[in-house]
Design a protein around this ligand. Structure first.
Ligand code: ATP
Length: 453
């Protein structure tokens, strides 16, 4: 549920920027589109990959209590019985008797159709899982579901991971992957779609230490968003009340973000107790437990689950990065994206298309792209080219001019401050690496000088 509030960017501007610059397209567009499904274009795919890489680096690579997993989307149908999804993963659906639009009754304020004011049907529970069949025979025995969350793939691999990694409690298993939900109400761009990606952690702890680890993960996850440049004032914790806690949860808190349509869930963190391992142990007949060396007994770990959405993080990052200002005498739109996330790290811009400057600049481009996603742009005025890069969040532009041919130096322009330095080509790569890593632009390499304050 969203809670209305005043965000700084409106969704239309973002949707239009995403479309215009190739971040996101509606799915199946030439056939009229497919409701609530989206395609990530050339820049979108880079940003999305950078989000997932940043998460993996911080949550798996840089921690010694975490390992990764990539479980399959199609899984044994009994998993969804044991997890409670077949029985309970549903939303209450009502239909307008007049215009036949459908709504989630828990999201409606009154008992009339919000579109035409017509009378609504009684709510019926609508299961959100997509159902299909495995193999050639379409009968009950061959039913499988597209997973509505990645978490279950982790629970059912608990023993495999434990036996192969010899991890001791507390430790976590992390997974990034697609999930599918046949949502009743969709919309708000990529905020709620029917096919989306999740970044989930199941963190296994000793019972009794669960409260402490729950608090740890809430803080850790908020800090992760802030480390990527999201403003702290645009994030808010929303602890769940006892009444709204899911059946499996002992405690739960959402990390909400101030999206254009209001405060809404970016990530959910839950203390799931031993629910999942007990359910799967009972249903599969396998004892899913952990041998506690100290206590010399088998225990069933409790699980803390920080569950984030890739697409919602993508949207939050865009909302937070979007800005309009004036630069070099012109209005500009810019994305203040963190350098780790920017789809393009640098653009090489020769002042003219003429030789030998073009070959000179192309050589720089060829060298930089060995390391980073870099664009080469020689079309239109330099001002227009800067604007194009600002609008897609490129942190640095490297400009080669006719003097560069003589002094073997180029200028580096910073997106946010518009400051410029001039550096020898020999130290360009090292300088860019340092600036992309957060070093101040005015820390100069040998032979470098300040070009524009
Ligand atoms: P909501 O209340 O918004 O439907 P949820 O509480 O059902 O979300 P969870 O089951 O906790 O969501 O899923 C964890 C995360 O997965 C969410 O915080 C969100 O980032 C992402 N997510 C869930 N459903 C969708 C969806 N339909 N589209 C995009 N992302 C989603």
């Amino acid at each position: 549920m969203t809670e209305p509030s005043q965000a700084k960017v409106d969704m239309e501007k973002l949707v239009s920027l995403c479309r215009r610059r190739g971040f996101i397209f509606p799915s199946s567009e030439i056939y009229g589109g497919l409701s609530s499904c989206w395609d990530y274009g050339p820049l979108g795919v880079e940003l999305k990959r950078n989000v997932k890489d940043a998460w993996w680096r911080a949550m798996v690579q840089q921690r010694d209590d975490m390992v990764g997993l990539d479980s399959s989307i199609l899984m044994h149908h009994q998993i969804w019985q044991a997890s409670g999804h077949v029985e309970g993963f549903s939303d209450p659906l009502v239909e307008c008797k007049g215009c036949h639009l459908r709504f989630r009754s828990d999201e409606l304020e009154g008992n009339k159709c919000p579109d035409c004011g017509g009378e609504l049907t009684e709510p019926r529970m609508f299961n959100l899982m997509f159902k299909t069949f495995i193999g050639p025979v379409e009968d009950e025995a061959s039913v499988v579901y597209l997973r509505p969350e990645t978490a279950q793939g982790i629970f059912v691999n608990f023993e495999n991971v434990l036996n192969t990694t010899r991890k001791r409690l507390p430790f976590g298993i992390a997974q990034v992957g697609k999930s599918f939900r046949n949502e009743v109400t969709t919309g708000n761009f990529i905020f709620r779609s029917r096919e989306f990606e999740q970044m989930e952690i199941e963190y296994f702890v000793k019972p009794g230490t669960d409260k402490q680890w729950f608090d740890f993960w809430v803080e850790e996850r908020v800090n992760w968003y802030v480390s990527l440049g999201i403003k702290r004032e645009n994030l808010k914790l929303r602890p769940h009340t006892k009444e709204e806690l899911a059946h499996y949860a002992r405690e739960c808190s959402d990390i909400n973000y101030l999206f254009p349509m209001g405060w809404a869930e970016l990530e959910g963190i839950a203390n799931r107790g031993d629910f999942d391992l007990v359910q799967h142990a009972n249903s599969s007949g396998k004892g899913l437990s952990y041998y506690d060396e100290e206590a010399k007994e088998h225990i069933v770990p409790y699980i803390i689950e920080p569950s984030a959405g890739v697409d919602r993080t993508f949207l939050a990052l865009l909302c937070d990065a979007y800005d309009e200002d004036e630069a070099e005498g012109e209005k500009r739109v810019l994305l203040h994206l963190h350098p780790d996330l920017a789809p393009i790290k640098a653009a090489v811009l020769p002042l003219s298309k003429k030789e030998p400057l073009a070959s000179f600049a192309r050589e720089i481009y060829a060298s930089l792209r060995q390391q980073w996603m870099v664009q080469y742009d020689d079309a239109q005025s330099i001002g227009r080219r800067y604007r194009r890069q600002d609008e897609i969040g490129t942190p640095f532009c490297v400009t080669a001019d006719f003097e560069s041919l003589e002094d073997k130096q180029v200028t580096i322009r910073e997106r946010d401050s518009l400051r410029q330095i001039r550096v020898p080509i020999d130290s360009l790569k090292a300088t860019l690496r340092a600036k992309l890593g957060g070093e101040d632009l005015f820390v100069l390499p040998d032979g470098g000088k300040i070009w524009k304050e």
